[in-house]
Design a binder for this molecule. Structure first.
Ligand SMILES: Cc1cc2nc3c(=O)[nH]c(=O)nc-3n(C[C@H](O)[C@H](O)[C@H](O)COP(=O)(O)OP(=O)(O)OC[C@H]3O[C@@H](n4cnc5c(N)ncnc54)[C@H](O)[C@@H]3O)c2cc1C
Length: 388
């Protein structure tokens, strides 16, 4: 077969791009090395529950065009993300809002909350300045930054342990810039996101991706590096697979450094480990889809109870404990480490890619950026529109 496009990766980026190119009348083949479509938003239905296999995903956007677009492939259920945080035997609403402050200090009004936060923050700034023998405050690490923004109570109970687990490092060893600000709401509102549109696709993300890929040739369980004819690890024109298919152009949504054989070095990621438990005898484990554990001593950062994303009220439940993990070759690369060192290396790969005719790089691995789903759709739409 002669295809106009080979799309490597059946995740959200690949699926939107493939759909748009097929709609323009182009022939497209999509391959993915996993045995399913959907990439990281893949959901697996068990016990009538859509399990978010690679981490909890809540769709949210303020981009009206993206929202209208994706609603063409799924009906969204209006779910509002309202996580809860557990610290020892205390329970707080997130994001930081009047419910959180009221529970923490037994207060009722925004003025009372603001007064406590600013007095605790001022106290910390004075203490840090005193220790450094200066009058001008600068945060030298994440701990100082968070204390200066939110004061001791919020930092100790809701920021410190969670952040240390996420990064695998003490807050005093993390750079201040990671926390530019700590969003706080002085209203009683537990909606985590500020976006205008939000929800979970009814029936799961996999069905949404399948609809995007409807009528398009897809091969799962196919690794690009085994599938393609390569010379010195790179494809040569005309792009051909080992079994004789040919392609005009390639969209690659895998890791850009892997594509180039790591010739300039390895980009780094943070990874995650998921521990999923089916609980057929329990109908409601924690009463909320997302519960964060903010103490450092609890090894996981959160427990997801999947049925609550879709207001499930059937028998049994499924929970997933999420553990942050260091990443090494062969692990699932979840979060790009967008620090100066890695961004500089990515820019060099980007230059390399510009000189490589016929191959486009897209998505969170191809563009080495943490993208939310709405940003992925926006980028994929823009890229497909730029194609002839
Ligand atoms: C834990 C977690 C939670 C998240 N939660 C949210 C959320 O709540 N809301 C939100 O908007 N966003 C969230 N995101 C972001 C969201 O997951 C991404 O925006 C989206 O999945 C990226 O899609 P993608 O197509 O770029 O990448 P991917 O989904 O990773 O797809 C890339 C695909 O390429 C395939 N591939 C790679 N290399 C090869 C190869 N050599 N050969 C063949 N196939 C290959 C992979 O198998 C994969 O299927 C979250 C991310 C994580 C990690």
């Amino acid at each position: 077969m002669k295809y106009d496009y080979l799309v490597v990766g059946a995740g959200l980026f690949g699926a939107v791009f493939a759909h748009e190119m097929a709609a323009k009348g182009k022939s497209v083949l999509v391959i993915d090395r996993r045995d399913h479509v959907g990439g990281n938003i893949y959901t697996e239905n068990r016990m009538g529950i859509n399990v978010h296999k690679y981490g909890a995903h809540i769709f949210h956007t303020s981009d009206r065009e993206v929202w209208d677009y994706i609603n063409g492939f799924a009906e969204f259920n209006g779910y509002i993300n309202s996580p809860v945080a557990v610290y020892k035997d205390e329970l707080y609403n997130l994001p930081f809002n009047m419910n959180t402050f009221s529970r923490m200090w037994g207060i009722k009004t925004p003025d009372e909350a603001k007064a406590i936060i600013s007095s605790q923050a001022d106290e910390e700034i004075a203490r840090i300045n005193h220790e450094k023998n200066t009058d001008t405050f600068t945060a030298d690490n994440l701990e100082e930054q968070a204390l200066s923004l939110a004061g001791r109570d919020i930092y100790e109970k809701l920021v410190k342990g969670y952040t240390e687990k996420q990064w695998g490092r003490d807050c005093r060893d993390l750079p201040a810039f990671i926390i530019k600000r700590l969003p706080m709401r002085f209203i009683y509102d537990n909606n985590y996101f500020n976006d205008r549109y939000q929800g979970i696709p009814m029936g799961g993300y996999t069905a949404m991706i399948e609809k995007l890929l409807d009528g398009i040739s897809v091969k799962c369980g196919v690794n690009y590096y085994d599938y393609m004819k390569l010379e010195d690890g790179l494809p040569v024109r005309p792009f051909e697979s080992r079994d004789g298919d040919s392609f005009g152009r390639i969209l690659f949504t895998g890791m850009i450094d892997e594509f180039f054989g790591y010739e300039l070095g390895t980009l780094e990621y943070r990874s995650l480990k998921f521990e999923t438990e089916d609980l057929p005898e329990v109908d409601n484990y924690q009463g909320n889809a997302v519960v964060n554990y903010t103490e450092r001593e609890v090894p996981y950062t959160r427990i997801i109870e999947h049925k609550h994303f879709e207001y499930g009220d059937g028998k049994g439940t499924i929970i997933t404990r999420e553990y942050p993990a260091n990443w090494k070759h062969g692990d699932e690369p979840y979060y790009p480490m967008n620090d100066d060192k890695n961004n500089a290396l990515y820019e060099r790969y980007q230059e390399r890619a510009k000189g490589f005719e016929g191959v486009l790089f897209g998505g969170r691995l191809g563009q080495y950026k943490y993208y939310n789903m709405d940003q992925v759709i926006r980028q994929a739409l823009d890229m497909s529109r730029a194609e002839a």
